[in-house]
Design a protein around this ligand. Structure first.
Ligand SMILES: Nc1ncnc2c1ncn2[C@@H]1O[C@H](COP(=O)(O)OP(=O)(O)OP(=O)(O)O)[C@@H](O)[C@H]1O
Length: 230
């Protein structure tokens, strides 16, 4: 069997929200390996709610959902760290630990996900930092970096455990237009035959410049759009 033909994300008649009342319902969504998909919609339309449900920060309210081989509709709390290991998550505000260096930020994640051997840890950190051209900044503290550099580090952090799915929630929200383009190019490069990217954005210029299949959260539904307008 070619496992690449299996979707990395599949939602069937799913509902997401913060309590019992759904923000989005009747969601049918499939994301296959190698796909890069935008998630758009007005402020408060449910983009973050959907993404948080995919990484099990919020429980699924109804329906079925599979993410990277985990069934969210019957996920046990103790399985959440294993699900998260299959995912790379990139946030608008970078979320680097402010009290330690770039290297130690990455080290923290590897240790927390069970990496023990110093040599392997070092090799992995060097590899991901090189892939975002930040190896020379490994000893810097986050506050010594520009916003774009901090976001590069958080892209590197997302890559540490070779995730199947990258979830990016407004990754360019705090960046100027040129730096935003740089980061999007970097994130688009992460799409591989066994990996996909789902990216929430408000950035119309980015969508126009780098077109890709687009889903819109609107009036409690997720719909596929052909000509995105924000
Ligand atoms: N922690 C929370 N508790 C209860 N309701 C929430 C919570 N966070 C968000 N909501 C509500 O859920 C709805 C969807 O919010 P969400 O943050 O998913 O929207 P969004 O599309 O990501 O918006 P933005 O583009 O501003 O980030 C909104 O009505 C919001 O008020």
């Amino acid at each position: 069997m070619n496992t690449n033909s299996q979707p990395i994300v599949s939602l069937i008649d799913a509902a997401v929200g913060h309590g019992k009342e759904p923000v989005l319902a009747g969601i049918n969504l499939f994301l296959h390996p190698g796909e890069f998909v935008y998630l758009i919609g007005e402020t408060g339309s449910g983009k973050s709610t959907l993404l948080k449900t995919l990484y099990a920060d919020l429980p699924l309210i109804a329906g079925e959902a599979h993410v990277a081989g985990y069934a969210l509709h019957r996920l046990k709390r103790k399985q959440i760290p294993y699900l998260r290991r299959q995912l790379g998550i990139i946030f608008q505000d970078f979320q680097l630990l402010p009290d330690r260096t770039v290297y130690d930020n990455l080290l923290f994640v590897l240790r927390a996900t069970g990496w023990k051997e110093k040599k392997h840890i070092n090799e992995r950190i060097e590899r991901v930092l090189s892939s975002v051209a930040m190896l020379d900044k490994a000893k810097k503290m986050p506050h010594q970096l520009s916003g774009g550099e901090q976001q590069r580090v958080s892209v590197a952090r997302a890559l540490l455990n070779e995730p199947k799915l990258i979830i990016a929630d407004e990754p360019t929200g705090n960046l100027d237009p040129d730096t935003s383009e740089e980061i999007i190019l970097l994130i688009r490069e992460l799409v591989k035959s066994d990996r996909s990217v789902l990216m929430a954005t408000h950035d119309y210029n980015i969508i126009m410049k780098f077109p890709a299949p687009t889903l819109r959260c609107q009036a409690g539904k997720v719909i596929s759009v052909l000509k995105p307008t924000l």
